[in-house]
Structures are given as structure tokens and as C-alpha cells.
Design a protein around this ligand. Sequence first.
Ligand code: NAI
Ligand code: A1CAB
Length: 264
Amino acid sequence: MSKSIAIIGGGNLGISIAEGLLAGGFTEASKITVTRRNITLLQPLQQKGIRVTDNNPVAAKDADVVLLAVKPFQVKEVLREIAGVITPDKIVVSVVTGVSIPELAAELPSGVPVFRAMPNTAIAIRESMTCIAFHKAGKPQVDLVMEIFTQLGRVAMIDEQLMDAATVLGACGTAYAMRYIRANIQGGIEIGFDAATASLIAAQTVKGAAELLLLKGTHPEYEIDKVTTPKGCTIAGLNEMEHQGFSSSLIKGISASFGKIQKG
Ligand SMILES: NC(=O)C1=CN([C@@H]2O[C@H](COP(=O)(O)OP(=O)(O)OC[C@H]3O[C@@H](n4cnc5c(N)ncnc54)[C@H](O)[C@@H]3O)[C@@H](O)[C@H]2O)C=CC1
Ligand SMILES: O=C(O)[C@@H]1CCC=N1
């Protein structure tokens, strides 16, 4: 029998996860419930057969897996609201940034398996990178959480101490990649393309470059060597980008995001 899942917090990420679960066939639409205080904004999900409600305890009581997708400052209040219906046969998965497993578990009855997962918004099209951490859980619970997220993209099991780093590289990373692609589009328009053609070329080129690494397991510099003709235009452009601080600005940006999470 397929498992039921309650997504507490139907915002950007919660909606994306519900869409991804539905597209991946993890469970039928009627076994997915999404909560939000203003449920009129969840109508598109409701039209697909997903249950929507503003009642978190009712949603959590009916679910095998309770997935927390509210903002960090909202999560403790939500946990206090649902703690009474969370029994040890359920699994709690939090995608909330910066709230640790011990902090989450402290609000719940003892013995409830608690996982943290850090996906990104490409989960809506089942192309997420999701990092997962847990402290105490049995094999069936770990297998179920892995099953959910492997249907939604790629998964890495990590120590919880790397969760902030995973948030930056994997979740914020979607925004960094979009900005890189946008800059390519702006450059492409300047050298002659219309916006739509520049967008297609930029996005598919980045997708192809990423697939080369994922499928072949090669190092980026090995693939770059194949593109850089001696005295050619690629190396001229790459070197100018580096003179302007390209790699350095990315590394500094990643460090700034990481510093922001760690400061809280
Ligand atoms: N957006 C992203 O790319 C990622 C976000 N995250 C984390 O996921 C969490 C959610 O992020 P977003 O979806 O971007 O935020 P969001 O603000 O779009 O979504 C949060 C949703 O929770 C709802 N909500 C607030 N209080 C509630 C309550 N008491 N009961 C039910 N629903 C309630 C809000 O109305 C809102 O729709 C955050 O903790 C964030 O750090 C993690 C990875 C990626
Ligand atoms: O910007 C944020 O705080 C969240 C965490 C990862 C993506 N969005």
C-alpha cells in the first residue's frame, strides 16, 4: 500500500515537492496533503487531486510521513501544534534551513525518527540534488526517505554537521546557476541573439556541461581542455573572466551564504 505524506507549509518548496511527488508516482494524489494558512493559494494543487487544508494536526495525524517545509522561525510553533499526533511509527522529515535534528526532536515525543533533507526547487521536475541526514532511524525508515527523494532527483547521505554546507551548495546553488545563465543570456543578446534564442542556447549548454560531468565522472578542467583551442577564443574569454574575478567571486559568494546561515 502506498504511503501517505503531509507537507506542512505549502510555499515555494512545499508546492515543488508535492508536484514532484505526484509526477514521480510516489503515491496517489489523494494521499498527499499540503497545508498552508491561506489555502486559496493551493488551489492549483487541489485541482490535481492533492488534499489541501489549514489544519496541521489533522494533516499530520493521517500521514505516514510528515514533511516540514515552513520558514525556520515558524517550525517550533508548528511542531508544538502537531506533537500530540506524532507517534513513533511516523517519520518526520524537515527541509527547514538551520534547525538541527536535536532541536526538532526536542519538540516531539521520544522515539520518533527525525530526518533533515536539503533539496532544491528543481524537485518540482524531479531533478533535485537532495542531501539527507539523520541520527537514529531504522532501515525501513531510511529506505522510505531514500525512496521518496531518489524519485525526485539525486541523493547524498551526509553527516548532519554538513547540512549548512549542503544548503549553500545544493539549495542556494540553484539561484547561483540561474544568475550564471542569466549573465550568459545578457552576453548572448549583446553579440546578436534575440532573448529567446539566447535563453535556449545558454540553458541547454549549461545542462549539457553538467551532464558531461555527471555521466562521465570527469573533472571540469579535463572537459575545459577539450574546448580551449590554443590561441583560440575560449581561452581568451575564460582568462578575461578570471582576470575579472570569476572563480573568486563565486567562492566568496558561497562563503558569504555559509557565513549567513552559521550566524543564524
Ligand atoms: N526555497 C528553496 O529553494 C529552499 C528552501 N528551503 C527551506 O524550506 C523552507 C520553506 O522555504 P520556502 O518554501 O522557500 O518558504 P515559503 O515562505 O515559500 O513557504 C513556507 C510556507 O509555509 C506556510 N506556513 C507558515 N506558517 C504555517 C503554519 N503554521 N502552518 C502551515 N503553513 C504555514 C507559509 O504560508 C508559506 O506558504 C524554509 O525553511 C527554507 O529555508 C530549503 C531548501 C531550498
Ligand atoms: O535562502 C534561503 O535561506 C533558503 C535556504 C536555501 C534556499 N533558500
